[in-house]
Write a protein that binds this ligand. Structure first.
Ligand code: GDP
Ligand code: IMO
Ligand code: MG
Length: 416
């Protein structure tokens, strides 16, 4: 029986998970998404051609890999179908959990209305409806993908739901769907997605029994996790390793090697604490060199330095076996590179993530920079100062950096 390898984001998302999932998909039979929705955005570059994926697992670019979307995901049929049309034939290689929750256009309207009402306390969500869809799931008033197979029944259920919650929807300015239009919409989703909807829990057990090579694909990042991130400035799902079990119906003993993805610096999109954020010229340069603009919303990402304290937290929470260090080339040309090695809170130095990360001031250590790592494919060919930087990070976080990425291209990847 095989164990599943797991990929998980260690920072605030956008670490470059898509590139590594795509790279590893070449040697795996199945790629399985376990959490999040189309708030995720993964840009993958193969031979100069760019692909943007949101919810279809990043294994889809590899013709031999099959793709599973697990029960832990919230799936917008409308956006999923839009994404599917990029690919020729997904028959027999795309499986959607009947227990995944359906995200409908009204969830996005509620998300946006709630953000407006929060004013300067807004989370800075992607506005895609993720919070409201997970909220419905936890409140036990959600709709599962399996229900799409009976559009008449699901339409009646949604209409009743709107009637029951009319005052709330009215207050938020969200109109109830017109019954006949809703039925037609759901019927259309069934026509396209119906044949892909299945019991993916049974499928996971079967492919493990058959000794298939399985890769589990995390979305978002550890610091955005609903429990272990910077609450309430987080997403609404379990983004850490543990989410792979509940999000796919497997158990902890089914998990094999855990690869955590981290940038050689740090970014965050949306609001909330980010101790090592650089508000000056160097932050701007990281944004420019790293093309740090969101794949999903196009928003400029906030940029700063590698945070070794938050990384140690992430390594432990996820049980990381190796880190894949991404975008090393973005630091090319900096005279010096900083790392946040500890925080100061109330005049005291601490080396863990405190309850209120907002209160933490970073303590930095500087490292000499280097000219060029872009496109380098061998560890020994890296400049000495870049090697020293990587080794220093490894020591600080107590974990090997087994993969180093030096460009967006699939092949510009050092495996150690
Ligand atoms: P994900 O959400 O974790 O999959 O990451 P995103 O796709 O949102 O953001 C990562 C961005 O960095 C994408 O545009 C990638 O093409 C790009 N990228 C990935 N690895 C590297 C790298 O090593 N160097 C550079 N310069 N870009 C990279
Ligand atoms: P990938 O998979 C970066 C952020 C949003 C916001 C917060 C809550 O590409 O790494 P939500 O719409 O989920 O309710 O927004 O979470 N966020 C991400 N940031 N990468 C992502 O995914 C993200 N998914 C959500 O910007 O701050
Ligand atoms: Mg992304």
């Amino acid at each position: 029986m095989s164990k599943a390898d797991l990929i998980v984001g260690l920072q605030w998302g956008d670490e470059g998970k898509g590139k590594i999932v795509d790279h590893m998909a070449q040697t795996h039979d199945y790629v399985c998404r376990f959490a999040g929705g189309h708030n995720a955005g993964h840009t993958i570059v193969i031979d100069g051609k760019k692909y943007a994926l949101h919810l279809i697992p990043s294994g889809v670019l590899n013709p031999t890999a099959k793709n599973i979307v697990g029960n832990g995901v919230v799936l917008s049929p409308k956006d999923f179908i839009k994404e599917m049309v990029q690919f020729d034939n997904l028959d027999g290689r795309l499986f959607l959990s009947d227990k995944a929750h359906v995200l409908l256009p009204y969830h996005a309207l509620i998300d946006q209305a709630k953000e407006r009402l929060k004013g300067d306390k807004a989370i800075g969500t992607t506005g895609k409806g993720i919070g409201p869809a997970y909220g419905d799931k936890i409140a036990r008033v959600g709709h599962r993908l399996g229900e799409l197979l009976n559009p008449e029944k699901l339409t009646a259920k949604i209409v009743a739901y709107f009637e029951m919650n009319k005052p709330v929807f009215d207050a938020m300015g969200v109109d109830a769907p017109v019954e006949s239009e809703l039925l037609a919409e759901l019927q259309g989703y069934k026509d396209v997605l119906g044949k892909h909807i299945t019991d993916t829990t049974q499928l996971m057990w079967k492919i493990m029994d058959e000794d298939k090579k399985i890769l589990l694909e995390g979305a978002q990042g550890t610091m955005l996790d609903i429990d272990h991130g910077t609450y309430p400035y987080v997403t609404s799902s379990t983004t850490v390793s543990a989410g792979a079990c509940s999000g796919l119906g497997i158990n902890p003993k089914d998990i094999g090697k855990v690869t955590g993805i981290a940038k050689a610096y740090c970014t965050r999109v949306g609001n909330g604490p980010f101790p090592s954020e650089d508000f000056g010229a160097e932050g701007d340069l990281l944004r420019k060199n790293g093309h740090e603009f969101g794949t999903t919303t196009g928003r400029p990402r906030r940029c700063g330095w590698f945070d070794a304290v938050a990384m140690r937290h992430a390594v432990r929470v996820n049980g990381v076996d190796q880190v894949s260090l991404m975008k090393l080339d973005v630091l090319d040309g900096f005279d010096e590179v900083k790392v946040c090695v500890a925080y100061e809170v109330d005049g005291k130095e601490i080396n863990y993530v405190p309850y209120e990360l907002e209160d933490a001031t970073p303590i930095y250590k500087s490292f000499p920079g280097w000219d060029k790592t872009e496109g380098v494919r061998e560890f020994d060919a890296l400049p000495d100062t870049a090697k020293s930087y990587i080794k220093a990070l490894e020591e600080m976080i107590g974990t090997k950096m087994g993969i180093i990425s030096t460009s967006p291209e699939r092949e510009d990847t050092i495996i150690r």
